[in-house]
Design a binder for this molecule. Structure first.
Ligand SMILES: Nc1ncnc2c1ncn2[C@@H]1O[C@H](COP(=O)(O)OP(=O)(O)OP(=O)(O)O)[C@@H](O)[C@H]1O
Length: 760
C-alpha cells in the first residue's frame, strides 16, 4: 500500500536540526514571505510558492519530534506512480506529454519550476481516480501548500493541528486525505452499500454557513460519499431522515449535533476521523462545552485534525486532552503577515457623520461593480448600513437575527451576483467562501487582529487578488497602527474618493452593465439612438450615462475634510510678512470675521497645513457661503481658493475635535441656527442618523490599552454607555491624563493645549 510505503520513507528529524538547516529555512521563508505580483488564476498560489512548504513548526503541545515529510511526499509520488518516474510504460500509461523525466535533471530553472508544479499535480498522486476527476472538473489540479503539508501525515494517520492563511484551501487539506482513506479497501466497498451505516467522519464547524461550505466542498469532491450537514435553525426531519438512510460524513455545528446525539438519531460510535474546523471560533461563539461533550462521545481510536487561526488556552487544552501526539503544521508563522498574499490593504480616516457617504463612494470606486462585503459590529448596524446603501447600490444584510432560510437565500443571491454588496456581522460571515469577492470594507474596526484577518480573508481567496479597506476615526488611529503590528501588514492611507473618481467609476460600471443588454432589446432602441446621435452627437450618450449612473442632477460638492455633502473645503494661505504672531486656527476665524462674518459663523473644522514654508490652513464652509466668500475682496497677503485635494495637515493627534474650539463641531445639531440644514445639502437622514448610530454603537468595540486587544467587559449593546461616556469626557473636556499631540492655537507650539499655554 502506498500509505505504508510512504510512512516507511518518512524521515524523522528533531526541531533543532530543522532550524539549523539553512536550505530548509530558506525554502520555508520563500513560501511564507513571497509576495504576489499579480496572481490571477486559481493556481497562482502554486506558481508563486513554487515548492511546497517544508517546515512543520512544533508548538508547545506538538510532538517534540516533528516530521519532515518532504522525502516521504516524494516517496508517496514515486511509489504511487513508479512506472512514470522510473520511465517504465510511460507512454502507455500517461501519454508523452504527461511528464518529462529528462527535464527533471536538467537543472534549468524552467525545468525546476515545472518539476515543482508537477510535484503538486493531483493526478500524479495516488488518489482515487474518481476524486482526481471530480477535483479536476472543479479546476483543482494541483495541491495548495497547506494541502501538501497535511496530506502525508494525515494519510499516515497522525493527529494534526494546522494553521494556514485564509482562503488557502484548508477544507481540502483535511478533505483529500479523509476521502482517500474512506474510499479505499474492501471495507469501504462493503460499507458504502449498507443502508443505515453510521458516519465515519465528523466535522465540527462553528457556524452554519461554514458547515454548509465544508459539506459543499466534500460533496463536490466526492459525490459518491454520503455527506450530511446538520445545523440549527432548520427542521430536524430532513437531517434525521438522511442520517437514517446511512451516511459517511457528518458536518455540523455542535449544538445541533448534540441534540441529534441525545435523541439517538446520530450515533458517533464508528467515527474514525474527527475534524475541528476553526476551533478558536468555537470558543468565540460559545460552543466550548458542546464540543467537549461531543468529543467524549467519540471512539478513542480515531484520527483527529484541528484547524485554528489562534491557540487560545481552551484550544490548547482541548488538543492536549483529545489529540494523540499531534503534529503541528503552521504555514502562517508569528512574525509574518497573516493575510493571504494578493490582498491590497487601505485605511481611510472618517468621521461618524461622513462614514456612510464615504462607504458608498468606496464601494463604487474600489469594487468597480464587483462583489463587496461590508463588516459591521452589530446586527442593527448591518441592517441600517445595508438599508442606507440600497438607495444607490443593491445590498443585503446578513446576521444572526435573520432566519436560516433567509440567510441561505441571501448568500445564494450574493454568490449569483443578484446584488453586489453584503453587509454582515462577524459571526455570520466567518469562514464564508464566496468566489470573487473584490472588496472588503471594515466599516467598524474589528474586535481583534484575528477578526481583521478573517474578515479580510473573504477576498483574495485561492490565489486571487482583492482589496480590503479599514475605516477608522481619528481617535482610532493608534489601534490601526497596532493592527499593522499585530497582523504584520501595512496599510496605504487613502482619502475619500474624489467626485471625479466616483463619476468615472460609476460610468464604467454602467458601461459594464450595458454589455449585458440583450442584442434583441438593443434593436428596439436603435432608431431613437440614431436620431439622438444625429441631433446631439456624443452628448446624447453622455446624458444616458449620467442618468444611469444616478447623476441626473449635477453632484453636490463635498467637504474634503469630513466628506459631507453641500460643504466645500477652502484653503487660506498668508504670506509670512502679513502674519501677526503665529498663524493659527484663530488667525483663520479672525480673517473670516473681517472679510465675511457669516463665514466665521459657519466655518467647520480648521486644520493647519503641515508645511513649514507655508502659513496656511484648510477649512470647511457650506457651499453657498463659500461661493460668496470667494467673491469678496481679500486683505493684502491672503489668498483663498477652493481645493480638490487636501495638503498634508498638521498632527490630527487630539482625540477631541479640538480644532473645533473655533469651529462648529456640532453643527448638525446645534440649536438656534437660523439656517435650514437640509437646504445646506445635509443628507437629511444620512448625516444625522449615522452620527447618532455611531455614537450608540461606540461600545462593544475594543478598548485597546497597553497595546493589548481586549473586548469591553460588558456586552456590546449597553457597552456604548461606557464608551460614550469615555469619549464624551475626552471630547468635551479633553482628557488631561493623556499627552496632547496637537498644536496650541495660542502660541503655535505643539504638546499643549491653548488652555494650558504658558504664553496666554
Ligand atoms: N488546490 C486547489 N486549487 C484550486 N482551488 C482550490 C484548491 N483548494 C481549494 N481551492 C478553492 O479555494 C477556495 C478556498 O478554500 P477553503 O474555503 O477551503 O479555504 P480556507 O483556507 O478554509 O479559508 P478560510 O480560512 O477563509 O475558511 C475554495 O473555493 C476552494 O474550492
Amino acid at each position: 500500500m502506498a500509505t505504508t510505503a510512504a510512512a516507511a520513507a518518512t524521515t524523522t528529524i528533531g526541531v533543532s536540526s530543522l532550524v539549523r538547516t539553512p536550505s530548509l529555512d530558506i525554502s520555508t521563508r520563500r513560501v511564507l514571505l513571497y509576495r504576489f505580483d499579480k496572481p490571477r488564476s486559481s493556481s497562482s498560489l502554486l506558481k508563486v510558492c513554487g515548492a511546497a512548504p517544508r517546515l512543520f513548526v512544533p508548538s508547545a503541545i506538538a510532538s517534540p519530534n516533528s516530521v519532515l515529510s518532504e522525502e516521504a511526499f516524494k516517496g508517496f509520488r514515486r511509489l504511487s506512480k513508479s512506472p512514470l518516474e522510473e520511465g517504465e510504460d510511460e507512454e502507455e500509461e500517461y501519454g508523452s506529454d504527461a511528464y518529462n523525466s529528462e527535464e527533471e535533471g536538467s537543472g534549468s530553472s524552467s525545468a525546476a519550476a515545472g518539476q515543482d508544479k508537477d510535484e503538486l499535480a493531483i493526478a500524479s498522486l495516488d488518489l482515487p481516480p474518481q476524486l482526481v476527476s471530480t477535483l479536476e472538473k472543479r479546476g483543482i489540479t494541483h495541491l495548495f501548500p497547506i494541502q501538501r503539508a497535511v496530506l502525508l501525515p494525515a494519510l499516515e494517520g497522525r493527529d494534526i493541528i494546522a494553521r494556514a492563511k485564509t482562503g488557502t484551501g484548508k477544507t481540502l487539506a483535511f478533505g483529500i486525505p479523509i476521502i482517500k482513506r474512506l474510499s479505499e479497501g474492501d471495507e469501504w466497498q462493503r460499507k458504502s452499500r449498507q443502508s443505515g451505516r453510521l458516519p465515519r467522519v465528523l466535522v465540527l464547524a462553528p457556524t452554519r454557513e461554514l458547515a454548509r461550505q465544508v459539506e459543499k466542498e466534500i460533496k463536490e469532491s466526492a459525490p459518491y460519499l454520503s455527506t450530511v450537514c446538520v445545523y440549527g435553525g432548520v427542521s430536524y426531519n430532513i437531517q434525521k431522515n438522511a442520517l437514517i438512510r446511512g451516511v459517511d460524513v457528518v458536518v455540523g455545528t455542535p449544538g445541533r449535533i448534540i441534540d441529534l446525539v441525545n435523541e439517538n438519531s446520530l450515533r458517533l460510535g464508528e467515527v474514525q476521523f474527527l475534524v475541528l474546523d476553526e476551533a478558536d471560533q468555537m470558543l468565540a461563539v460559545g460552543f466550548e462545552e458542546d464540543v467537549e461533550v461531543i468529543l467524549e462521545k467519540l471512539p478513542s481510536e480515531r484520527q483527529s485534525m484541528l484547524f485554528s487561526a489562534t491557540m487560545p488556552g481552551w484550544v490548547k487544552k482541548l488538543a492536549r486532552r483529545n489529540l494523540n501526539d499531534p503534529l503541528t503544521i503552521d504555514l502562517v508563522g508569528d512574525r509574518d503577515e497573516k493575510l493571504a498574499e494578493g490582498i491590497k490593504l487601505y485605511a481611510i480616516p472618517t468621521t461618524a457623520t461622513s462614514k456612510r457617504t464615504i462607504l458608498s463612494d468606496l464601494v463604487t470606486v474600489y469594487a468597480k461593480g464587483g462583489k463587496a462585503i461590508v463588516f459591521t459590529q452589530t446586527k442593527r448596524d448591518a441592517d441600517e448600513v445595508s438599508m442606507a446603501l440600497t438607495n444607490s447600490i443593491a445590498s443585503e444584510a446578513l446576521h444572526g437575527d435573520i432566519s436560516q432560510h433567509q440567510r441561505e437565500r441571501t448568500l445564494n443571491g450574493f454568490r449569483q451576483g443578484k446584488f453586489t454588496v453584503l453587509v454582515a456581522t462577524d459571526v455570520a460571515a466567518r469562514g464564508l467562501d464566496i468566489p470573487n469577492v473584490d472588496l472588503i470594507i471594515h466599516y467598524e474596526l474589528p474586535n481583534d487582529p484575528e477578526t481583521f484577518v478573517h474578515r479580510s480573508g473573504r477576498t483574495g481567496r485561492a490565489g486571487k487578488e482583492g482589496t480590503a479597506i479599514l475605516m477608522f476615526t481619528s481617535s482610532q488611529r493608534r489601534t490601526v497602527k497596532s493592527l499593522e503590528r499585530d497582523v504584520g501588514c501595512r496599510f496605504e492611507f487613502i482619502s475619500p474618493p474624489q467626485m471625479q473618481e466616483i463619476l468615472g467609476s460609476s460610468a464604467e460600471q454602467v458601461v459594464a452593465t450595458l454589455q449585458g443588454v440583450h442584442p434583441e432589446s438593443i434593436q428596439y432602441f436603435l432608431p431613437t439612438a440614431q436620431r439622438l446621435t444625429d441631433e446631439q452627437g456624443t452628448q446624447a450618450l453622455a446624458a444616458a450615462l449620467a442618468h444611469l449612473s444616478g447623476f441626473s442632477q449635477p453632484p453636490s460638492s463635498r467637504s474634503l475634510i469630513n466628506h459631507e455633502q453641500g460643504w466645500v473645503t477652502l484653503q487660506l494661505t498668508r504670506e509670512p510678512g502679513y502674519t501677526r504672531g503665529f498663524f493659527s486656527a484663530r488667525s483663520v476665524t479672525g480673517f473670516l470675521s473681517d472679510v465675511f462674518p457669516a463665514a466665521a459663523d459657519e466655518v467647520g473644522k480648521i486644520y493647519l497645513i503641515a508645511d513649514e514654508r507655508i502659513q496656511g490652513a484648510v477649512f470647511d464652509l457650506p457651499e453657498d457661503i463659500a461661493k460668496e466668500l470667494l467673491n469678496k475682496q481679500l486683505p493684502p497677503g491672503n489668498s483663498l481658493s477652493k481645493i480638490t485635494k487636501l495638503p498634508t495637515l498638521q498632527d490630527d493627534g487630539p482625540t477631541t475635535d479640538n480644532y473645533g474650539r473655533f469651529s462648529n463641531r456640532e453643527r448638525g445639531y446645534r440649536g438656534g441656527s437660523s439656517r435650514d440644514r437640509n437646504q445646506r445639502g445635509f443628507r437629511s437622514s444620512g448625516a444625522r442618523d449615522s452620527n447618532s448610530d455611531d455614537g450608540l454603537r461606540r461600545g462593544g468595540r475594543v478598548y485597546r490599552t497597553d497595546n493589548s486587544w481586549s473586548r469591553s467587559p460588558r456586552g456590546s449593546e449597553d457597552d456604548w454607555l461606557l464608551g460614550s461616556r469615555r469619549s464624551s469626557r475626552s471630547s468635551s473636556y479633553g482628557n488631561r491624563d493623556r499627552s496632547f499631540g496637537g498644536t496650541c492655537f495660542n502660541c503655535g507650539r505643539s504638546g499643549h493645549r491653548a488652555s494650558d499655554c504658558p504664553n496666554k
